[in-house]
Design a protein around this ligand. Structure first.
Ligand code: IPD
Ligand code: CA
Length: 262
């Protein structure tokens, strides 16, 4: 097995193990200690413990890789690549007993995601991708349909956090309505991207988001034949990013979302 295949296999295994631990916390979520990191931005012992499990499992097999995680930050490594992990993406959903949250691991080399895994334990769906080798959903090949999506039949997930700009969000809604597109908010960017890859929805947009929310999902969309705005562009590591991922046929219609500032 080559290095990327090994990291892919490990990431899938660790995502499942971490998902099982997260499920234990989910089943007794009312007992968890919850802290606010900011306005409407929560962290619980579940997020911390799941991240700690993922870090130790990755370090057992690839001790020289760096790790960037949502809860513990950046730990530099000595190898050519690093992991980007979100122990629970969709923490608000998780804490409220809503089903849309997932465990997310990505491996980055040369500023590009090489391996991406998103596991949604409640849905029992494991999405993964290796650069150049395609995407999978529960070990089956994952490809978006070939047919173009007409804007007036498209369904898009929008992301919006307390740090986002409300007038800009409203202006983006106006624009989508003017295109006769339908839209939803899910509360997990990672799952929104996974569903863009599997065709349940046709796209995802969020104007200011962290790398760990989207790194895995961007590769999964790309390898499933979709488009995103970081194809052939280096990923930022320390700053918020604006992300658009969609069926390739919707790129031109959706790009004006970036012209709305904020
Ligand atoms: C959040 C979710 C949400 C997105 C936010 C993220 P968290 O991550 O992905 O959908 O809109 O920008 O911060 O806090 O649930 O891990
Ligand atoms: Ca997250």
């Amino acid at each position: 097995m080559d290095d990327l295949s090994q990291r892919h296999a490990l990431a899938c295994h660790v995502a499942r193990e971490a998902g099982m631990l997260a499920m234990e916390y989910f089943c007794r979520r009312d007992e968890l200690t919850v802290d606010a990191k900011g306005v409407q931005d929560w962290v619980s012992e579940a997020d911390r413990e799941v991240e700690s499990l993922i870090r130790s499992r990755l370090a057992e097999t690839f001790p020289r890789d760096g790790i960037l995680g949502e809860e513990e930050g950046w730990q530099p490594g000595e190898s050519a690549g690093y992991w980007v992990i979100d122990p629970i993406d969709g923490t608000t959903n998780f804490l409220r007993g809503l089903p849309d949250w997932g465990v997310v691991l990505a491996y980055v080399e040369q500023d590009q995601v090489q391996v991406g895994v998103t596991y949604a334990p409640i849905h029992e769906l494991l999405y993964s991708a290796v650069r150049g080798q395609g995407a999978e959903l529960n070990d089956q090949p994952l490809k978006r349909k070939e047919e173009a999506v007409a804007p007036d039949s498209a369904l898009i997930y929008l992301g919006f956090g307390a740090r986002n700009d409300l007038p800009a969000y409203k202006a983006r809604l106006d624009y989508l309505y003017s295109c006769n597109m339908d839209q939803r908010r899910l509360g997990s960017a990672a799952l929104a991207l996974a569903r863009t890859a599997d065709g349940r929805v046709d796209g995802f947009f969020e104007s200011r988001i962290n790398l760990w929310d989207v790194a895995a999902g961007l590769l999964i969309v790309e390898e499933a034949g979709g488009w995103h705005n970081y194809i052939d562009r280096p990923l930022p590591r320390g700053e918020k990013m604006g992300v658009l991922a969609c069926d390739a046929s919707l790129e031109t219609t959706l790009m004006p979302l970036f012209e709305i500032r904020g």
